[in-house]
Design a protein around this ligand. Structure first.
Ligand code: HEM
Length: 500
């Protein structure tokens, strides 16, 4: 009996001991973990709000993750689900901490309008230091001074007016057709890298005036890729670091553009066949502005390349998933000869245009725009604090807007019943922010008409000239920095036998 009693006392003490250490080992990190998050949250929301304005208002709900890294790792790992889960939980205005900054993410047409129309009063554009350094002070998107920005934008907008766009059509068409022919010859391709090559060659020709045979195309592309891959890096300008490599590549690109300028200047203005953006800028800007001209061309190539390539690849993906949509585009084309199209002919291809709008609604190449808050302001009853970053969510807005029924379904026909967002009218001052693919306000995309033209021509030609099959219809999309199929979108492409 006594032995039994002693044994049960010992086993009780032993169980308590195990339980205690179990709690210490498992529980302690959990408690430390919660404490760290709590202190970080407290520090950011109380101490990093540097002004007393609107102090009666709460900061938007949300979480801030761990010290310094915030929620960046979760953001990269979870991809699109990161924002979806937060939006479901907190609504259209919430706080997070990504890419090194406390950030308020907002969505919804009303909120987007407020942010985009508050440029320079409540917010100003914000770019990471390394990108600022690479694109340089003459890049439109880097200009903080409103007057300087306005003046430069007024000049650059001329590059994409209807006459200029008409001049670009033959080059865009020729390049698209050349790539489609190559794809058909190869039979099997990876859609995403191919669209990147296509978008690069198009930008190099239309914007920088390069003639771009294969050899030159490859050489330029290597320089350009080195700039792009290294520009999203730590702002340390020392050999071996990304920024150093990006700046070196940009210098080489500027050198090549300067050689183009030399060539153009040796030809009398009236004899120049070129219709590139570079050619136009040379006529408008005097000799002292050559560096500025080169910087603008580099910026335009940068702004156009990733965005249009992602959009073209999304066109291949959605059309590949919906053969009935391809059929309707083909019916619209009928037996038309697409080789002599001018801008005046495009209204005829309304359905093809609906396809491009729907692709850009479903997978907008720019998922969000970032601004620095200059002065605290109020949004949906919350304080948006000075010094924080505010991100206006384009993709989030497109997928939650009440304007789009079954917003997750690809349906080009929906555009027949939607307002025309191409033009600003007194009736659509707010509703048009339900479609924010090209941003809005003073920082609206200047290349949007060029991009729309490229996409319309791409959809028309690809539907007319070839059949393609997606090897993986359920390809997962990754959204950073632009939407793309994780597997690169493998395709089997063949020439259409009877494409009339
Ligand atoms: C489908 C293709 C494109 C999309 C989705 C797109 C989207 C955007 C968006 C959302 C912005 C505003 C960013 C912000 O608010 O911070 C923007 C700005 C800009 N885009 Fe585009 N873009 C596209 C193509 C192009 C092309 C082809 C060019 C030039 C040839 C271009 C040049 C620019 C420039 C220079 C800015 C800065 C404007 C400023 O700061 O005033 N984009 N783009």
């Amino acid at each position: 009996m006594l032995i039994d009693f002693i044994y049960s006392v010992y086993s009780y003490i032993f169980s308590c001991y195990v339980l205690y250490w179990g709690l210490v080992i498992v529980g302690c990190p959990a408690i430390v973990h919660v404490l760290i998050k709590f202190c970080w949250n407290y520090y950011i929301t109380l101490w990093c709000v540097t002004d007393n304005e609107l102090s009666h208002l709460p900061i938007p709900p949300g979480t801030l993750g761990y010290p310094f890294i915030g929620e960046t790792i979760e953001f990269i790992r979870k991809n699109d689900r990161f924002y979806k889960s937060r939006q479901d939980k907190y609504g259209s205005v919430y706080r997070t901490h990504v890419l090194g900054r406390p950030t308020i993410r907002v969505s919804g047409a009303h909120n987007l309008r407020k942010i985009l129309m508050s440029e320079n009063s409540y917010v100003s554009s914000q770019w990471p230091p390394s990108i600022r350094k690479v694109l340089g002070p003459y890049a439109l998107s880097m200009m903080d001074d409103i007057h300087e920005h306005k003046e430069r934008k007024r000049l650059l907008i001329n590059l994409f007016l209807p006459d200029a766009l008409n001049d670009h059509i033959p080059i865009i068409r020729k390049t698209i057709k050349h790539f489609i022919d190559e794809w058909c010859q190869k039979g099997k391709i990876l859609g995403y890298p191919q669209c990147r090559n296509l978008a690069f060659i198009m930008a190099a020709k239309c914007l920088a005036g390069f003639e771009c045979d294969n050899e030159m195309g490859n050489e330029l592309s290597t320089i350009y890729q080195s700039m792009i891959h290294n520009m999203f890096s730590l702002p340390i300008e020392l050999p071996g670091f990304g920024l150093y490599k990006a700046l070196k590549a940009k210098k080489q690109l500027i050198q090549r553009i300067s050689e183009n300028i030399q060539k153009l200047q040796n030809i009398p203005v009236d004899d120049r066949k070129g219709v590139s953006a570079l050619d136009f800028l040379l006529r408008e800007e005097d000799e002292n502005c050559r560096f500025k001209t080169c910087e603008s061309i580099v910026e335009l190539m940068f702004a156009s390349h990733d965005t249009t390539s992602s959009a073209m690849c999304s066109c291949l993906m959605f059309l590949g998933k919906y053969p009935n949509v391809i059929k309707k585009v083909r019916e619209e084309i009928g037996s038309d000869d697409l080789d002599n199209l001018t801008l005046n002919d495009f209204p005829k291809y309304k359905y093809a245009y609906n396809v491009t709008k729907e692709v850009l609604r479903m997978t907008p190449p720019v998922g969000a725009g970032y601004r620095k808050v200059l002065k605290s302001f109020q949004l949906e009853g919350y304080k948006i604090p000075k010094g924080w970053t505010v991100a206006y969510g384009i993709r989030d807005t497109h997928h939650t807007s009440p304007l789009y029924t079954n917003s997750d379904v690809f349906n080009p026909d929906r555009w027949d019943d939607l307002p025309n967002f191409d033009r600003i009218t007194p009736d659509n001052l707010e509703t048009r922010y339900n479609y924010a693919t090209f941003g809005g306000g003073p920082r609206t995309c200047i290349g949007k008409d060029f991009a729309k033209l490229v996409l319309k021509l791409f959809v028309l030609h690809v539907c007319k000239s070839c059949d393609w099959k997606l090897e993986n219809k359920d390809a997962e999309l990754y959204y950073i920095p632009v939407p793309r199929a994780v597997d690169g979108l493998p395709l089997v492409v063949q020439k259409r036998k009877n494409n009339d």
